[in-house]
Design a protein around this ligand. Sequence first.
Ligand code: NAD
Ligand code: MG
Length: 396
Amino acid sequence: ESTPAVQTVTVLGATGSIGKSTLDVLARHPERYRVHALTASTSSASLREQCLIHRPAVAVLTDEREAAWLREELRTAGLSTEVQAGATALVEVSEAPEVDVVMAAIVGAAGLLPTLAAVRAGKRVLLANKEALVMSGALFMQEVVRHDAVLLPIDSEHNAIYQCLPSDRRDGLAGMGVTQLLLTASGGPFRGWNAARLGAVTPEQACAHPNWSMGRKISVDSATLMNKGLELIEACWLFDARPDQIEVVVHPQSVIHSMAAYSDGSVIAQLGNPDMRTPIAFGLAWPDRIAAGVERLDLFRVARLDFEPADETAFPCLRLARDAMLAGGTAPAVLNAANEVAVAAFLERRLGFTGISEVVEAVLERCEVRTADELDVILAEDARARRVAEHYLARG
Ligand code: NAD
Ligand code: MG
């Protein structure tokens, strides 16, 4: 039995829900992994705690004043960790030559540049930051191939599908005999609710997900079903699928994480307890398997599995996302940017829950679709969509 070489890991978004789960898995395997860099936006206190435990070479915060505080704290604690600030530092720790693996777990468009930097440096990229791929799909996948990066999906549904596909061939769905990808959805906390009831939903209700504990932005996305819409777009790019090859299946128990249907009638599913440490451990160790600290699924306790179609009338975000993917070009980037603005406004109580899809739809109508083969165009359209969304919100 050979011991694998130690892998050096950068965790972008270390203080978030995915970041914490990643550090939990890494800590179980100190002989396999070493942390190069940990990054966060403003959570300097939790980044300090993580640095004391994982002793990274570099720590990055968004703000220079927070970074100065952390620098002093870590020096006092006797650590040699270099503390940096700003977006350039995020790119540097993603492409640094000593790094083998980058966990892309920043939330939203802010993660695009460092994630793309990791791809362009040919790293093993563990993709949790679905917004980065939604914004720049064609370009992103082209760079993966060009720079020989290894892209492994961490989003539980996509990780499940990856596990349900043959490991020795990745030549398009048809080539693998796959007819459809079945993307499971919990349905979120408001499954079965009608538009009238949804109008009164508060941020607290939206952030209390029945099966998964996640960051606030993705929790709201799960409640509006925009998360499933972003995931539909993500699946199209990752698996080279058309939107009509992806069927959303509401499965409230969140035990089946997604499925692949084959031409011979086989449907292959990946099951497990809803715990992100499973896909994270899969991505870290692939093609090996390592312990993730996740209990084996107890099927007798699960007892039953339910399935129903998604309600696209009460939850229009799923339809808006599918239409944006069909429109192509910059439409998914516009959808994503409008959604980020709308979700932030909802969390700040400037917008009602059902207003989120209204903002996204209005912004999509107002932004012309452009070809999305250049990063500058994508970033400009992202900025434009944010301005249009803010303008729409300001008019009330
Ligand atoms: P989170 O809000 O808990 O954490 C986000 C992390 O990103 C934090 O470390 C934060 O400091 C950092 N960050 C936020 N804004 C930043 C900015 N502008 N610049 C630099 N860093 C910034 O989010 P999360 O739930 O961990 O989700 C992270 C990503 O993973 C999202 O794209 C989400 O869609 C995806 N994802 C999450 C889950 C889950 O279970 N939480 C599941 C699937 C996919
Ligand atoms: Mg998911």
